[in-house]
Design a protein around this ligand. Structure first.
Ligand SMILES: Cc1cc2nc3c(=O)[nH]c(=O)nc-3n(C[C@H](O)[C@H](O)[C@H](O)COP(=O)(O)OP(=O)(O)OC[C@H]3O[C@@H](n4cnc5c(N)ncnc54)[C@H](O)[C@@H]3O)c2cc1C
Length: 424
């Protein structure tokens, strides 16, 4: 065993960990960045980075040369009705996102972190190191022991750091599982699809068909399962039936898999921060480890990068107040939205008939066109920093209504007590 000591150990080199390591290293910290996977590594994902993520990449001068721009999004209702959600620029983000395969996107970010001075180590963070309940580092599967003053858990939804630091209440988590594959057919716009495999009863999640470059599409299906992780296998089981549905409603023309990447790949999502304490003492959770995925639409890359940067800035400002500073950032940027959307997800998942009815109404031609602008802002959590418009007003009304409907929910109380000092 070789022993090494750093200022900060970042476990996980996905978007959250690489951005945290990059900002820490640029700020002068000695940083160890650890990942169990050999890079470039694949990651189950729709590969779409939203406008806030694009802005963060710009802020950090990180180019993504292989990325394709996407802006408007098509929502497809259970009967095949379509609503085009516009993507206007806001005051603090551009009017487009990007798609890039995660194997390439994540490798670019990891490389940038190393270029900034972070030292990379291959290996799974296995056994925790430390005395008296204080987490001091990890021994790695690669026979290294890495200790640090501060530990950043950027190790994804099933975080080992969160587990050993006792920062997750598994019964409260809003779990999801999603599976994706690539098909040999281009798509111009990202499509989000609501589906009722049984007449009148919606699938408890949604499917997507996103552009994937090179004449391909990224097709996937995600299911919300609350705390019952055994139900996650439904996404993989129903993927073929969902592909048939996408053919039937004309979103795909055929379903020829792309070789050799045809094998569907799945992963867990931890949504709405519910059940997770994002920072305590010298341990910080960022990205999926902190459960920052949007409970409405499964986006998590932008939040992963943003939380990685925020935790790094908080740590660089001095460790004593760093957990408070990080929690305050999450409270300001995430708590209001996540409190509402986590509560909505928890109450709707058990009501497949209500979801079916709602998605039919929302995608009915007149209704969908009228609501599209506001819907786009709410769905993608783009209200903060949006330019003033009728759509922004509509989104504010929807947010107010959502807040009122979920004011007494247990998720709102839980998130308020773990991110802020006063109820949201
Ligand atoms: C099928 C699917 C589709 C999705 N589509 C989208 C989308 O289109 N857009 C979007 O914004 N979000 C999407 N998401 C969510 C998005 O993938 C995540 O929010 C994002 O990857 C979070 O980044 P992260 O850095 O927190 O974690 P990850 O990207 O999961 O990275 C975690 C890293 O930690 C490493 N690791 C784990 N455990 C250990 C350990 N013990 N020791 C060392 N290393 C470890 C892993 O190898 C990995 O490299 C999707 C998720 C799924 C499952």
């Amino acid at each position: 065993m070789t022993d090494k000591r750093f200022d900060v150990l970042v476990v996980g080199s996905g978007p959250a960990g690489s951005i945290a390591a990059l900002v820490l290293a640029q700020g002068g910290a000695r940083v160890a960045l650890v990942d169990k996977a050999a890079f470039p590594r694949d990651k189950a994902c729709g590969d779409l980075v939203g406008p806030r993520g694009v802005q963060l990449l710009r802020d950090l001068s990180l180019d993504s040369p292989d990325a394709t721009r996407v802006s408007d999004m098509m929502v497809v209702g259970p009967t095949g009705n379509r609503v085009r959600l516009p993507a206007p620029p806001g005051r603090t983000y551009p009017g487009f996102g990007i798609v890039e395969r995660r194997s390439s996107f994540d490798a670019t970010l990891r490389h940038a972190a190393i270029e900034s001075g972070a030292e990379f180590f291959d290996g799974r963070a296995d056994e925790p190191l430390g005395d008296d309940g204080r987490l001091d580092g990890f021994s790695l599967s690669s026979k290294m022991r890495i200790r640090a003053d501060v530990i950043v858990g950027a190790d994804g939804a099933t975080s080992r750091v969160a587990e050993v630091a006792n920062l997750v209440d598994a019964d409260r988590v809003l779990w999801g599982f999603a599976v994706r594959t690539y098909v040999d057919e281009p798509t111009e716009l990202p499509h989000i699809m609501f589906w009722t495999p049984v007449r009148g009863a919606a699938f408890p999640g949604y499917g997507w068909v996103f552009p994937a470059g090179e004449g391909h599409s990224n097709v996937g299906l995600g299911v919300g399962v609350l705390a019952d992780r055994t139900a996650g296998r439904r996404a993989a089981r129903d993927l073929d039936a969902f592909l048939e549905h996408a053919l039937r409603v004309g979103v795909l023309d055929h379903r020829r898999p792309v070789q050799p990447r045809a094998r569907p790949l799945g992963a867990w999502l931890k949504m709405g921060v519910a059940g997770t304490t994002p920072a305590r003492d010298r341990v910080f959770l960022v990205g999926d480890a902190a459960g920052l995925v949007n409970p409405l639409q499964g986006e998590g890359i932008a939040q992963a990068m943003d939380s990685g940067r925020a935790a790094a800035v908080a740590i660089l400002g001095g460790i004593e107040l760093a957990p408070d500073r990080y929690r305050a950032h999450l409270a300001r940027t995430q708590a209001g939205y996540l409190s509402t959307t986590a509560s909505i997800q928890r109450s709707l998942l058990h009501r497949p008939r209500l979801i079916a009815a709602l998605t039919r109404i929302l995608t009915a031609p007149g209704v969908g066109r009228t609501l599209a602008g506001g819907w786009s802002i709410v769905w993608n959590n783009l209200r903060d920093g949006a330019s003033p418009s009728v759509a922004t007003g509509l989104a504010a009304t929807a947010a107010g209504l959502g807040h009122a409907l979920t004011a007494r929910s247990t998720d709102r109380r839980w998130i308020a007590s773990h991110l802020t000092d006063s109820p949201q």
